[in-house]
Design a protein around this ligand. Structure first.
Ligand code: CTP
Ligand code: MG
Length: 183
């Protein structure tokens, strides 16, 4: 059953790698609010730059939550961690958490430019913004870490798992009353 072990190892590696990037979005939903990052300003096209869904507090506390989760991982991996799991660094944690919400901001910018109102769904982009942001920023800031740890099977799992987790977490957030819409 070598192949099953191989794919399960890749699945767990994908989750371990992406945890600092998965935490910031739900954390921003719970902890965000207040002053919008764009200060309410309108783009020349008449729509908001980002909208009221992108707040300073959500951005900062979301990144902080992702970094704290990664900080726990940094501690755990010095104690006991199966050898097949990749090792985070402080840099990988910072880049993944920051990149996730940077991707979210860039997505909202382009959503507004397309005239899609805040909170309305924009399939594919809503699910993959954090993956694109987190992995691109980490590739730029820590290319050797990405090359060493982001194998093709791990990347495939990230692409499969992210929309599933995204959907599950949003349904949960909606049913708990934390999120207005189930997407
Ligand atoms: N949030 C925040 N600050 C951020 C990101 C998110 O405060 N930087 C909070 C907001 O309350 C937001 C909620 O999390 O409404 C859900 O986030 P998201 O789905 O990313 O934003 P939307 O409101 O759907 O806006 P958009 O259409 O721009 O994606
Ligand atoms: Mg949304």
């Amino acid at each position: 059953m070598v192949h099953i072990d191989y794919w399960i190892a890749a699945l767990l590696s994908a989750l371990w790698i992406m945890l600092p990037a998965y935490i910031p979005n739900p954390a921003a939903v719970i902890l965000g609010g207040g002053m919008p990052i764009d200060g309410g300003r309108l783009h020349a096209d008449g729509n908001r730059y980002l909208g009221d869904g992108k707040t300073v507090r959500g951005l900062l506390l979301g990144i902080l939550a992702g970094v704290l989760a990664g900080g726990v991982q940094l501690i755990v991996q010095t104690q006991a961690l199966p050898a097949f799991l990749p090792r985070h660094t402080l840099l990988s944690v910072l880049l993944l958490a920051t990149g996730a919400l940077a991707g979210d901001l860039v997505k909202s910018y382009f959503k507004r430019r397309r005239g899609i109102p805040q909170g309305r769904r924009w399939p594919v982009a809503d699910q993959y913004d954090l993956v694109a942001g987190a992995l691109l920023l980490t590739l730029v800031g820590a290319p050797a870490w990405v090359m060493a740890n982001l194998t093709l099977p791990v990347l495939l799992w990230i692409l499969v798992l992210t929309p599933v987790l995204h959907r599950a977490v949003n349904l949960l957030g909606h049913s708990l009353g934390v999120k207005d819409v189930p997407w």
